[in-house]
Ligand binder design. Sequence first.
Ligand code: BG6
Ligand code: MG
Length: 217
Amino acid sequence: MIKGVIFDLDGVLVSTDELHYRAWKMLADELDIYDFNEEDNKNQRGVSRMESLEVVLRKGQKHYSEEEKEVLADRKNEYYKVMLEELTPSAVLEGAVETLKMLREKGILAGIGSVSKNTPLILEKTELYEYIDQISCGLDITRSKPDPEVFEVAARKLGLSPKECLVVEDSAAGVVAAKAAGMKSLGVGPYYKVLGADYQAETLLSDINWEEILSGN
Ligand code: BG6
Ligand code: MG
């Protein structure tokens, strides 16, 4: 029996995954890495800022020290934060608010499980705070997905056992993390068919059999 749903944020509730890509692309261009593309961006979904930077740097020829990498990651985050300042509730993905409202009506708790350190700002700008019971994000953890830490923290904050939680994810790393945490998962987004999730839906607006999913069968 599922008592709480833990949502990834970027690419599940909000379209910020596109902004991440644009900000990384700006940095890549500045570093003369011109073949960084959407296929590479797929491997950035769900992983930390520093691991995302490595995805970009792998496409280039130069090597950087750890200090230089910190500076580059900070620079990308500055570009990204400028974009986030423009964020409005229109960035909320289709079906997200409806799903959050439906779950609350059923007495199911809603949590966030995102490795993004910008989670509080995104929830504020998109006005999603009011639908969320507990937040576990990059500010609470030391290990990124596919490590289960972010979902374990979310379950603990919700006061639930792993078996009582369902994870909603758009990344392969996130689905692996959910499994490692002992939680079932619903895969959504452009790659939903290949994430290896227990349940699949293109978007939260798709025909999802919530009765079956929430019953834990
Ligand atoms: C995840 C994104 O939600 O957050 C990743 O899918 C991103 O692409 C990660 O790297 C970290 O985000 P931030 O906002 O802390 O740089
Ligand atoms: Mg995501």
